[in-house]
Design a protein around this ligand. Sequence first.
Ligand code: FPP
Length: 250
Amino acid sequence: MKGKLESLVDKNNLPAHIVIIMDGNGRWAKQKDLDRISGHREGMKSVRAVVNGAKELGVKNITLYAFSAQNWKRPKVEVDALMELLKHFLEKETEKLIENGIRLNAIGRLWELPQEVYKVLVNTIEKTSKCKEGTLTLALSYGGREEIIDAFKEMMSHGNIAGEDINQTNFSKFLYTSDLPEPDLLIRTSGEMRLSNFMLWQLAYTEIYVTKTLWPNFRKRHLIKAILNYQKRERRFGLTGEQVKKREVI
Ligand code: FPP
């Protein structure tokens, strides 16, 4: 049954793509006098809640910043535990993703992942490749600057585009996200006001929503609150409010 909060969501104005910086696992664990890894483990419950919640709400694309290119520098025990959790998540959730019609996608320097994680990842991507209800993208060994450099290298080596012909449309085809819509809404948990090298190109006109809720406490109702907040915004894409009202081209 739909809750009161959910009934307020305008289904005709849903964000096509929500991207999330899942932050605060360590602080959640600290508050409970637990180790950081327990915080990440608890964070997996939020991942499931958000993926299922998005599907129920009709949001077609979710991207989660699960492991940054900089996270490799964390203590080895934490990196190993995160890789193990990721592997476990993929092994356990593949069937559920298929049942829900959700395609798994991954962005980042995936070749840097441990081989056994990479294998499980590719297996889930392949098994869910025909799913059409929605896409879950995991950003893994991901950095926004790294992505722009990788795209530039790809364009230089395979793009066959003369310098003067480079534009936003043909450049963005080389980004990891070329088959995804632009993000409409960025959610960052735990109250931090920064982008942390996430989707630097793609976030140009994205609406930003920061909540103090720590990631392990984040549930479908928090997702709904973020969407309701988004639906109150006027998106102008550099135009004036008047132009937007008159629906001049965006
Ligand atoms: C940031 O919290 C979170 C991460 C670096 C990892 C996020 C990973 C998960 C939620 C679990 C695995 C994910 C998937 C998709 C299976 P932090 O550790 O920086 O928290 P802090 O700032 O409070 O220390």
